[in-house]
Design a binder for this molecule. Structure first.
Ligand code: NI
Length: 211
């Protein structure tokens, strides 16, 4: 029964992921002929993603999008209790930044929690240092997180803990994309879980060397 539920949840999440991908693909292909297959690599030129936000970083400082106006950004939404996907994607950002060498200084890595209930600034502080010295973790009130999720078209939902488990031992289902944003907060590329660090590096280099 439990396994069945988990499978069902995975299927639903996958469908949501495909749905979101389709939405982005539609936006992407608006001015060209519809493509019958999903394009390989990151999704490019997606309009209408991003927007203003007010959050609190892992040191307790209030942060808004204006704090990152002069830099490119790699943004990931997740939660620190996530057992697999979030650490893998944050590790991917770390690997990409390491591969970028000096160019990494032009990129600000950001981690935004979709689990503000457990992810306090203090929790984020311990977490971000596991990945990159410049990674900034951000959390907020539920309303602030809901607003930034909406702006970035992020889906997440709390999964109630199994019977007998503590109330705070819950999981959070969520979409998993790395957002590559320009200094003026336009989405340049959206990396999927199947895009490895090399794909990220290649896209970042291409963007940085554009005239
Ligand atoms: Ni996760």
């Amino acid at each position: 029964m439990h396994i069945k539920k988990r499978v069902l949840r995975t299927v639903i999440l996958a469908l949501i992921g495909v749905g979101l991908g389709a939405v982005f693909a539609l936006v992407q292909n608006k001015s060209s002929a519809p493509s019958p297959s999903t394009p390989a690599g990151p999704l490019l030129n997606v309009a209408g993603v991003g927007g203003p936000y007010t959050l609190t970083d892992h040191t307790g400082k209030v942060r808004t999008e204006a704090d990152f106006k002069n830099t490119y950004k790699l943004i990931y939404f997740g939660f620190t209790f996530c057992p697999a996907i979030c650490p893998t994607e944050l590790q991917k950002i770390t690997i990409a930044l390491n591969e970028l060498g000096d160019d990494a200084s032009k990129i600000q890595p950001l981690f935004i929690s979709v689990d503000p209930e457990r992810d306090t600034s203090a929790v984020l502080k311990n977490y971000v240092t596991l990945f990159h010295p410049r990674l900034i973790g951000m959390t907020g009130t539920q309303d602030q997180i809901d607003a930034v999720k909406k702006a970035y078209k992020v889906y997440s939902a709390k999964v109630p803990p199994s019977k007998g488990a503590d109330a705070d031992e819950y999981m959070v289902d969520h979409t998993s994309f790395i957002y590559f944003m320009s200094p003026d907060d336009q989405l340049i590329a959206l990396f999927r879980t199947e895009d490895n660090a090399d794909v990220v590096v290649e896209q970042v280099r291409r963007t940085l060397t554009q005239p």
